[in-house]
Design a protein around this ligand. Structure first.
Ligand code: 0X9
Ligand code: CA
Ligand code: ZN
Length: 339
């Protein structure tokens, strides 16, 4: 009797155990680990606006071919008013697989807002200027990288021939079609059918012109570089002395944080590439524009930067971003324009 009771108990637990084994949860929706996927980014921006309603305003600049909003967050005092203040643009996520290039500008937004009350320097920048951050210019491509193909680069335009995607950083209209861009739809550096054929690049063009941005950083990875125009030619830009000085100052301020070396150089020293964001902004408006290639240094681990690098990569890039804000607010751009 005793043995039978034990046998029943045992089978009961076996049933429970096997039941739970059968109930192994489905793998969750593919996510980006500690990086933000599009839904999490959307939520975090809304949260920042709710927490800092006087200082942060989230706007949709437009919708992608897959109907995702491209978000911008404006950070300024009296944020709902369009005041006559110097404007600066930080943009991330041109390239789908470069996840760190989304989290760095997002963390910049959070850091500025959270430090407004306690840090006089941050307060000063927010009070005196309008800081615009577009953390993810290519949400369609990014989502595809998260769910389907981690190494996707382009956007998700249907090219109509069985291929998808335009390289947004070859689609801008300054020297479009030149070296380092491809006319083949299947290429990773496909430039699109025409300059500014893509909604994403049109938005940056229209935004930069309407807001007369005084400077820009476009975040990418990897290689640890601070790049300045030109990228379409090896010839020096008209303002190469100043551009090089600013890039060097930013690289030095990055190095000072964790002694991680980013190299300042002309974009074309990396390779010639035509139609990128920084050549267009500088070429069109003559304001300084930089591509920062974030961690890591080399192809191992390349684009697959571990979660634990998110915070230190942001931390080392913060002073460089603050430096460019300071420079732009101190009338640096005016001296450049008056030259
Ligand atoms: O190729 C790019 O668009 C950037 N590198 S990435 O690996 N993130 O794709 C570099 C752009 C720098 N600009 C030029 N070299 N023109
Ligand atoms: Ca303001
Ligand atoms: Zn890139």
């Amino acid at each position: 009797m005793k043995n039978k009771f034990q046998a029943i108990l045992l089978s009961y637990f076996l049933l429970l155990f096997s039941g739970s084994a059968c109930d192994t949860p489905e793998p969750g929706p593919p996510d980006a680990g500690l990086y933000h996927n599009y839904a999490e980014l959307t939520q975090e921006l809304a949260r920042l606006q709710a927490q800092f309603p006087e200082l942060a305003k989230v706007v949709s600049l437009g919708k992608t071919v897959e109907s995702r909003d491209i978000w911008a967050i404006k950070i300024s005092d009296n944020v709902t008013a369009n005041e006559d203040e110097s404007e600066i643009l930080f943009v991330g996520g041109h390239h789908a697989r470069e996840w760190i290039a989304v989290d760095v500008p997002l963390l910049l937004a959070r850091n500025l807002l959270e430090n407004y009350a306690s840090d006089a320097r941050t307060k000063n920048y927010i009070d005196n200027g309008e800081i615009w951050i577009i953390p993810l210019l290519n949400p369609d491509g990014h989502q595809y990288s998260v769910t389907t193909n981690r190494l996707w680069r382009k956007n998700r335009r249907n090219n109509g021939d069985g291929t998808f995607g335009v390289d947004l950083n070859r689609n801008y209209g300054y020297q479009w079609g030149g070296p380092g861009s491809s006319g083949s739809t299947f290429s990773e550096t496909y430039r699109g059918t025409a300059p500014f054929s893509e909604l994403e690049t049109q938005l940056i063009r229209d935004f930069a012109i309407e807001h007369q941005v005084a400077a820009m950083i476009s975040y990418h990875n990897y290689s640890q570089l601070v790049l300045f125009p030109w990228g379409f030619t090896n010839a020096p830009a008209p303002d190469q002395t100043l551009l090089s000085q600013l890039a060097t100052t930013m690289a030095d301020s990055i190095f000072a944080v964790h002694r991680v070396r980013y190299t300042p150089e002309q974009s074309s020293d990396l390779y010639l590439a035509s139609g990128d964001a920084t050549d267009w902004l500088y070429g069109e408006t003559r304001v300084p524009a930089f591509t920062i290639e974030l961690r890591p240094r080399s192809s191992s681990p390349g684009f697959i930067l571990p979660d634990r690098d998110i915070q230190p990569t942001f931390q080392e890039n913060l002073p460089a971003a603050l430096f460019l804000i300071q420079w732009s607010q101190q009338g640096g751009t005016m001296t450049l324009r008056l030259k």
